[in-house]
Structures are given as C-alpha cells and as structure tokens.
Ligand binder design. Structure first.
Ligand code: NDP
Ligand code: 8X3
Length: 261
C-alpha cells in the first residue's frame, strides 16, 4: 500500500540535529518531500543529502532562525518557491538553556527559551498557515515536552515555555476547527540528542549524566512517532501524545540501572 505521505510536502524546523534531523530521514523514508530549516547550514546540507538517500523525491534546506520574524518570513517565502501547499509543518526548533533556579537564572537564557519554544512556534505557524489552511488533511505537529505538563526545579522558564506550546496547540486546534487541518502535540520525556549539551552550554560530561543508567528515547523513536501521527487518516487527529522512556515513569521518577561515579 502506498504511504499516505508519498509526495507530500513536510516542513521541519530545527532539522539540523536531534528529532528534526531524524524526522527528515523518517519522512523521506515515506517518500515525502522535505523542506528543512535551522541556523547551521552545514548540518542542514548533510541532513538534506541523507533525506534524499532515504527516498525523498525532493529535499531542500534554508537558513531559519525562529527567534526573528524576518527570518521566519524569508523562510516561508522560500518555501513558496518550491510548493504552494504544506502538508505537514513540524514545529520542532527549540530547547532549554541552563538549569538555574529563578533566583540565579539569566535573562538571555529565558529569552532563548521563550523565543524558540513559544514565539518561534507562533511565528512559523502564522507564516505557513496560508499554505496549510486550504489543505484539509494537513497537519501542524508541535513538539512539546513532559516539562510542559509537570514543573521541575531549575526548569521554570523551560516548563513555562513548553506549557505555552501546549496551550498554543490547543488554541490553534479550536481556531482551525472546520478547516480539516489537524493540530497535534507530541510531548517527549528524556531523549538523548544534543538537547542537554545545548542546555549545559557544551558541557558534555554534565549532559551525559542526564541519561546515565537509563535507556533514554532516541531521536529515531520520536521521528517514527511523528510519521505515525502525520499519517493517520485525515479524519483522525492525535491531539496530544506523551512519550517517555520505560525507565521514566514520571518526570521525577527515573529508574537508573547503573550509575558510575
Ligand atoms: P537538539 O538540540 O538536538 O535539536 C534542536 C534543534 O533546534 C536544532 O536543529 C537547532 O538547530 C534548532 N534550533 C535551536 N534554536 C533555533 C532557532 N533559534 N531557530 C531555528 N532552529 C533552532 O535537541 P532535540 O532534537 O532534542 O530538540 C528538539 C525539540 O524537542 C525541542 O523543541 C526540545 O525542546 C524538544 N524536546 C526535547 C526532549 C529531549 O529530551 N531531547 C524532550 C522533549 C522535548 P540550529 O542550532 O542549527 O539552529
Ligand atoms: C526535555 C525533557 O525532562 O529534560 O523536554 O525537560 S526534560
């Protein structure tokens, strides 16, 4: 049976690493066409080439910084040079910066988290909506987090940002009801990508400790889930999907099998 995603146009933000890069390859494996955005062009070029190899009939990339409206609008304009309709928009760009308590945290870290996870999702969605609204069966797929559902110490701004993403998803679903456009959020727990390396500003040892002793989710686990959500029949909307490692029963309840000192 041909894939429902064959020859569909998929826009992925934050496609230069982690979930976004894995999603580019997973959608490509369904013979979908991918438009990829992020700030690191060298990485995007490699991901686009991998996507072609994985079966994408077309794979293109363009600079995108979701923190800036101009950049988002330039990206959307470039998208229109390839297609006049978007079938799946994956709002994935984002992440955490720092794990400081409110008393010690820095404005620039808060600003990164709000700009990417909250305003970035709003900007990208607004810019792409003209290519989505007249396309029933299309999907806006936002990447949230279990952090948007449960708070943790040091996570005030990140948890707030992902809670913001969840409410944006819910509001947008109400706004688009009747258009046939699905609005979904996939909310992962611990997944071993560059997420913690970015959060800890390049401290690889500290980043590795986050996943020590447990079998974390992989980027491929999430990519496979995104493909599944986007390939449901058009009348089926997976509103909210929480996905965690089996070793993580809740945000604070993690079973670590081995811990080295
Ligand atoms: P990575 O750090 O591996 O990937 C983050 C991606 O976001 C990169 O491609 C990065 O690209 C991009 N990005 C960051 N800032 C911007 C920006 N201003 N404009 C455009 N792109 C940007 O982490 P993940 O793959 O894990 O994270 C992807 C999403 O998943 C994030 O929203 C994160 O919050 C969320 N998430 C992650 C979890 C985890 O445990 N890993 C769990 C739950 C949610 P570049 O730097 O090239 O711009
Ligand atoms: C990433 C999951 O628990 O590290 O969103 O915040 S967590």
């Amino acid at each position: 049976m041909p894939s429902r995603l064959e020859n569909k146009w998929i826009v992925i933000t934050g496609a230069s690493s982690g979930f976004g890069a894995a999603a580019a390859k997973a959608f490509a494996g369904q013979r979908a066409k991918v438009l990829l955005g992020a700030r690191r062009l060298d990485r995007l070029k490699a991901v686009a080439s991998d996507a072609k190899e994985a079966g994408a009939p077309e794979a293109h990339f363009h600079h995108l910084d979701v923190s800036y409206t101009d950049s988002v609008e330039a990206f959307a304009k470039w998208s229109r040079t390839h297609t006049d309709k978007i079938d799946v928009l994956v709002n994935n760009a984002g992440g955490a910066m720092g794990l400081d308590k409110v008393a010690d945290a820095k404005d620039e870290d808060w600003e990164f988290m709000m700009q990417t996870n909250v305003l970035g999702v709003l900007r990208m969605t607004r810019a792409c909506l003209p290519l989505i609204v007249n396309n029933p069966g299309s999907t806006i797929l936002n990447i949230g987090s279990i952090a948007g559902r449960t708070a943790y110490e040091g996570g005030a701004a990140y948890c707030a940002a992902k809670a913001g993403e969840l409410q944006i998803t819910r509001a947008l679903r109400l706004e688009l009801c009747g258009t046939g456009v699905r609005v979904c959020t996939v909310d992962p727990g611990f997944a071993e990508t560059e997420f913690s390396l970015v959060r800890f500003k390049g401290d690889a040892e500290r980043a590795k400790k986050v996943y020590e002793g447990l079998e974390a989710l992989t980027a491929e686990d999430i990519a496979e889930t995104l493909v599944w959500v986007a390939s449901r029949p058009p009348h089926v909307c997976i509103d909210e999907l929480v996905i965690k490692p089996t070793d993580q029963a809740a945000i604070h309840k993690v079973h670590r099998r081995t811990v080295t000192k």
